[in-house]
Structure formats: structure tokens, C-alpha cells
Design a protein around this ligand. Structure first.
Ligand SMILES: *Cc1c(COP(=O)(O)O)cnc(C)c1O
Length: 481
């Protein structure tokens, strides 16, 4: 039996099981010529780096997008950005590190031409930039965007309900939320979250700064230093023997029983996703300030490390709504944890995990160690995303070092995942065929590649030195052999 091109019977079965499309006879699985889903599945199962390009991407998406019964538009992204602005004076007061930016939590967009040889992006295939979320203050990772937004939204709702704020309150009034009276109100509530580490850091720090009690349910793979950092701030750390998914489930169950507990649900939260999406507005300004045009002759490629999918999907949603057909977002995942690619291959109606493919979800990229994607993020991305690719842990360590040497930036392994993207697109046969078919190939020279570096600021120096040593050893080995 031949199932599409080249897939073995076993792989075909997998695809069919996942698809569960009773209305379509088995041999009619649609395989886009550039996708070759059965081949992608084989590579996924073998934990080999691979690229999947989304045949359902729409050039011009509808202004309103529906996902899991929710409808969101650019207005919701703008509302999240406006919330950050209202809270900025309070944030500047609560976090001394934000005094210099008047409470704005943002990261620079930096040119990275020196990194081009290392990432395999030759001259004439576009300019390379880094969106430096590894340096985001307060949380030290991209989680500063979504996590802090959700805590602020919860605090704002309570403050309005309890009369601490009125709908007419301006940003300066928000400073009152640091008053003892406000903190007494917040102290009655707990904010809880399940996390591999970084989301816990962001929620724990933001919630405890506002006076909430905070509890973080951590998975077994969460790094010890992240737990310690939270405990030092008075956050309750609950350790679970299982993976990320189990930590989330445990936190969710515990929170459901407590009316004074707000659970930040990484797999389902719209507030998180919209907090991330606000980054698009700032990136648009930064691109304009750098003189970078985005149009048919100047496409933009954005490479985003992906765990459960909320952060990259929020940002991709904002960018697609804001910049339209000429921005292409691609998600990067570890070869052992490609939950988002697996979900996109499976389509709506099923919710496979990476364990189903025989993968073990073990990766040093702890921010990306997620076995099953967020269905909210996946549904939202179906018409918006350009593709997904996977990366070996070894590559993450090598590129972490190359980033350090070329730019001085100190990033964590998760944050290096995007750097394989430009070469996957411009240097692989599948990528090149897709660029050709999309009409992008002739414009590659004027393209902009933005690699999103998603975490690193708070990695302890000893831990970081270990990452560097491992990366250097791998690079030496590669040169030697
Ligand atoms: C959480 C995280 C991501 C991905 O975010 P998701 O919402 O889980 O997809 C990427 N990089 C780092 C460093 C993270 O902590």
C-alpha cells in the first residue's frame, strides 16, 4: 500500500488515526507537495530535525479569529497593550528595575549580521535580527509578557469589583494598588500556575509583588534554581514527579476547589495569549524605527520557540493581524517535544501527545518540554501559521555559544531554538520549494529574518557556564569530525 508518497504502512496508520476523518476514505489523505506529511511523521518519530509547512495558511486572514469558542481580533491585542500602559506607573514602583523605562516591560530588536555564518544564512538571503526577549526584565523570559498580563488583568478585575479602582481611573491612580488597603484585598486571593519553570517565575514574581499569595506547581524537569528563586520571594513551590502536563493538571484541580484561587491555565488561557500578542505592536514600531519595510517585496520571517504554543501563537496572531500576508511565523521545537507540529499534523478533533510517537519529551530546553499542545493555540494558528520545525538539543547548545560569541547575548537553551529556522527555510529542499511556490524566493535578498530569543536573563552564572562548556565541546567535536 502506498499512502501519499513514501510513507510506510505504519506511518500512514498513524496519520489516519490522528486525523480521524470519517467523511474521507483512507487513501484520500491530502498531502501538500511541500509538506509530505508521512515523511514529516517519520522524521518526527526518529527525532530527526524536520520542517513542516502549513498548507492551510491563509494569506489574508479574517480580522476576527475563532478558536475553541472564543473570538478575538486586533482590538483584544490592543486592549492587552493598553492594560500594560495603565499599569506601567505601578510596575515602575513595584519593580526598581523598571524605573528606567517608566514601567514598560520590553526588549530590543538587535541586528545580528555577525551570526549569519553560524546559522547558515548566506549573503543574499535576507538580514538577520534578534528580538531579545531573553533580556526581558522582571521575569527574564518571554513569560514576562503573557504571565504578567494575566496577573494584571486579574488584579484589575478585583480592584474594580472591590472599588479600589473605578472605570475612570487613570494610570496614576493605579499606583494606589500598592497601598496597604489594596494589598490586604489581594492577600485574600491566591494565584496558582503549573509550569516547567519560566511561567512559574513570571506569575510568582508578579503575583507576590502585588500582594497575592502565589503557588507554582512545578514539573520534575523544572530547574532547581527556578524553584529557589521563587521560594526566596515567598512563593509556594509544589513539586510534582510527573511532566509539565501533570503539573498543570494538579494545579488546576487544586484551584477548582478554592473560590479564592485564580488558576493561570497555560493550556487554555486567552489572557496569557493576548498578553503575548501585545508584543506585535511594539515590534511593528521597532521595525519601522529600524527602517525595515514589510511588503510583498520585503517579506518578514519570524522564528519563535514553542512549548505549549501560547507564547508563539499570541505573537504570531498579533503579527499576522497587524502586518498581514507578508509576515511568516514559524515555530521551533526540540526533536523530543514537537507537540505543536504533531498537533498541526493531526488537525482539529484529536489531541495527540509526543509520547504517542514514541518520543520521550526529554530536552534541556526546559521551557519547551511540553508533551501536548494547547488546543486554543493550535486552532488559532491553523490559518495563520507558516510552519514548524524541530531542533536537536546539541544544536541548541552550539547555537547558544555562537550567539554569545557573535553578539554577547546570554540565552538559555530553549531560547536558541529559533536559530535553525533561516537555514531550514533557505537551505533545505522543502524550504526552498515552498519559498518558490509562495512567490517568496525572488524577494529573499530583501527579506528580514527575526529570531526570537525567549529566555536567559536570570540563569545563574554557574549554570550558564555549563551550557557554554557543553556547546563549545560539541562545536570542537563537529570541527574535528
Ligand atoms: C515558555 C517558553 C517558551 C514557549 O512558550 P509556550 O507558551 O509554552 O509555547 C519559549 N521559550 C522559553 C524560554 C519559554 O520559557
Amino acid at each position: 500500500m502506498s499512502c501519499a508518497d513514501g510513507g510506510t504502512l505504519e506511518e500512514c496508520r498513524l496519520l489516519i488515526d490522528y486525523r480521524r476523518m470519517p467523511d474521507r476514505p483512507v487513501p484520500m489523505i491530502s498531502v501538500d507537495p511541500f509538506v509530505e506529511e508521512s515523511l514529516a511523521l517519520a522524521a518526527l518519530r526518529n527525532a530527526e530535525p524536520c520542517l513542516w509547512l502549513n498548507p492551510s495558511r491563509q494569506a489574508t486572514p479574517a480580522p476576527e479569529q475563532r478558536a475553541l469558542g472564543e473570538t478575538i481580533s486586533l482590538d483584544d491585542t490592543k486592549a492587552a497593550a493598553a492594560r500594560f500602559e495603565r499599569f506601567a506607573p505601578l510596575l515602575a514602583q513595584l519593580f526598581p528595575e523598571l524605573a528606567g523605562t517608566q514601567g514598560v516591560i520590553e526588549s530590543p530588536l538587535v541586528p545580528a549580521a555577525a551570526l549569519r555564518p553560524a546559522v547558515g544564512l548566506p549573503q543574499g538571503q535576507g538580514a538577520l535580527w534578534i528580538k531579545a526577549d531573553h533580556s526581558l526584565p522582571v521575569a527574564g523570559s518571554i513569560k514576562a509578557r503573557g504571565g504578567i498580563h494575566e496577573v494584571l488583568e486579574f488584579a484589575e478585575r478585583l480592584a474594580l469589583e472591590q472599588g479600589l479602582l473605578t472605570p475612570a481611573s487613570g494610570p496614576d491612580d493605579y499606583r494606589q494598588l500598592a497601598s496597604p488597603a489594596a494589598r490586604a484585598v489581594f492577600g485574600r486571593y491566591q494565584v496558582a500556575v503549573g509550569s516547567t519553570g519560566n511561567l512559574g517565575l513570571s506569575i510568582g514574581v508578579a503575583a507576590s509583588a502585588l500582594g497575592f499569595r502565589a503557588a507554582v506547581h512545578m514539573s520534575a524537569d523544572a530547574k532547581e534554581w527556578k524553584k529557589e528563586r521563587l521560594r526566596r520571594r515567598g512563593v509556594e513551590v509544589v513539586e510534582h514527579a510527573g511532566d509539565y502536563e501533570k503539573a498543570v493538571a494538579a494545579g488546576r484541580t487544586q484551584a477548582e476547589a478554592d473560590p479564592f484561587c485564580h488558576f493561570v491555565d497555560d493550556e487554555r488561557s486567552l489572557s496569557l495569549l493576548l498578553g503575548y500578542s501585545a508584543a506585535a505592536l511594539h515590534l511593528r514600531t521597532q521595525l519601522a524605527e529600524a527602517g525595515i519595510a514589510i511588503d510583498a517585496e520585503h517579506p518578514l520571517f519570524v522564528y519563535l520557540p514553542c512549548g505549549v504554543g501560547g507564547a508563539p501563537a499570541g505573537i504570531a496572531f498579533g503579527l499576522r493581524q497587524l502586518l498581514g500576508p507578508h509576515v511568516h511565523c514559524l515555530f521551533a521545537e526540540p526533536v523530543q517535544s514537537p507537540c505543536f507540529m504533531v498537533q498541526m499534523l493531526a488537525g482539529e478533533g484529536s489531541h495527540p501527545s509526543v509520547y504517542d510517537l514514541g518520543l520521550d519529551n526529554r530536552t534541556e530546553a526546559d521551557g519547551l518540554a511540553v508533551p501536548r499542545a494547547s488546543l486554543l493555540a493550535a486552532a488559532l494558528m491553523q490559518p495563520l501559521l507558516s510552519g514548524c520545525f524541530t531542533v536537536r538539543d546539541e544544536t541548541l547548545f552550539e547555537q547558544l555559544v555562537q550567539v554569545l560569541d557573535a553578539t554577547g547575548a546570554r540565552i538559555e537553551p530553549s531560547a536558541a531554538a529559533g536559530f535553525s529556522g533561516p537555514a531550514m527555510l533557505a537551505g533545505s529542499p522543502a524550504g526552498r520549494a515552498w519559498l518558490q511556490a509562495q512567490g517568496l524566493a525572488p524577494h529573499l535578498a530583501q527579506a528580514t529574518h527575526v529570531v526570537w530569543t525567549t529566555g536567559g536573563l536570570f540563569v545563574p552564572p554557574e549554570e550558564y557556564e555549563r551550557f557554554v562548556a557543553r556547546g563549545r565541546a560539541l562545536l570542537l567535536q563537529a570541527q574535528g569530525g
